[in-house]
Design a protein around this ligand. Structure first.
Ligand SMILES: [Zn+2]
Length: 198
């Protein structure tokens, strides 16, 4: 199966999980010296291999492809190039957005089995997922994500926006995205239970 087909299948899966409503969200994967990213403005429930666009390490589309990359392509390129990721997933996960609203200084996670899904320990390992402010300037947003990034945490939440998660491979980036969503949902539910009257 080609990388473009993997990208399309990943997008459809993430759509089916409810994290790519409308035309939101995008996925990228390293392809040699370049990067394959989902095209701009497409319905992720019906992504095909032909919806993948090649961009360079700076997020600029290679010529003569007949499609435009996602507007957020420069952020994907920055994470792949600067953070050394093999693939990046960006989703508008409701749990990620709500968790960032609840913990704007960073989302604390501890003592839960699913932490293994982001490469951390199930017990006694305190993880804080960085939160950055949103921006419509992609260079600005990229810089914020790279500056806030914790090398031991494979994701950053953009407040009032969504989650960027990454891995060495596309399947690892997806697994981590699924774990992050579960962890944020769990943290929010636990927080409600522990409040007086909750
Ligand atoms: Zn977005």
């Amino acid at each position: 199966m080609s990388t473009a087909e993997d990208l399309a299948r990943a997008s459809r899966r993430l759509y089916s999980l409810g994290w790519m409503r409308g035309t939101s969200g995008n996925v990228s994967v390293r392809e040699g010296d370049d990067i394959l990213v989902t095209a701009s403005g497409i319905d992720k429930s019906a992504v095909e291999a032909s919806d993948a666009v090649l961009i360079d390490a700076y997020g600029v589309a290679l010529p003569n492809q007949g499609r435009w990359p996602s507007a957020e392509a420069p952020v994907h390129a920055a994470v792949i190039t600067e953070a050394g990721a093999g693939a990046v997933v960006h989703v508008h996960s409701l749990a990620a957005v709500e968790a960032a609203s609840r913990w704007p200084e960073g989302v604390p996670l501890v003592d839960v089995e699913q932490l293994k899904g982001i490469g951390r320990g199930a017990h006694g390992d305190t993880v804080v997922v960085p939160v950055v402010a949103n921006s419509q300037d992609m260079a600005d947003l990229s810089a914020r994500i790279l500056a806030a990034r914790d090398p031991g945490v494979p994701g950053v939440i953009v407040a009032e926006h969504g989650l960027y998660a990454w891995g060495d491979s596309l399947s690892q980036a997806i697994d981590r995205t699924e774990s992050f969503d579960w962890l944020f949902d769990h943290a929010l539910r636990l927080d409600r239970l522990q409040r007086p009257g909750g």
